[in-house]
Design a protein. Structure first.
Length: 118
């Protein structure tokens, strides 16, 4: 899902008029009270906006990863997907994934005994 401090009316217009907005097939939630943004620590209270942030939350409700982009920098969706795939790989195999890992690549054993070995 996506959450922004924009109104539901802004979301409606965005999904009806923007070429990228028309492709959205997940819920858009409005955080007009800015309560969600405050709780996740991504609200710029002076500017009255939320930073571009991504939270990867597991099925148990635990935050597994979060990325906060500077205001002028967009998200890298490919990296967000890679993080999710790496977490799923870890749950399935118990192995970690090194930098640059992609699905199909081997994982690595984790723990102090393996530090510096890869």
């Amino acid at each position: 899902m996506a959450i922004s401090t924009d109104s539901i009316y802004s979301h409606k217009i965005f999904t009806q008029t923007s070429p990228s907005g028309k492709k959205i097939n997940y819920p858009l939630l409005s955080d007009r009270t800015q309560e969600v943004s405050k709780r996740y620590g991504i609200l710029n209270e002076k500017g009255g906006f939320a930073y571009r942030a991504t939270f990867v939350i597991d099925p148990e409700g635990n935050i597994q990863a979060f990325l906060v982009n500077p205001q002028p920098v967009g998200r890298n969706i490919a990296e967000i997907i890679r993080i999710i795939q790496g977490l799923q790989f870890n749950r399935k195999t118990g192995l970690g994934v090194p930098a640059g890992w992609n699905p199909g690549d081997p994982g690595i054993k984790m723990g102090w005994a393996y530090v510096g070995k890869y």
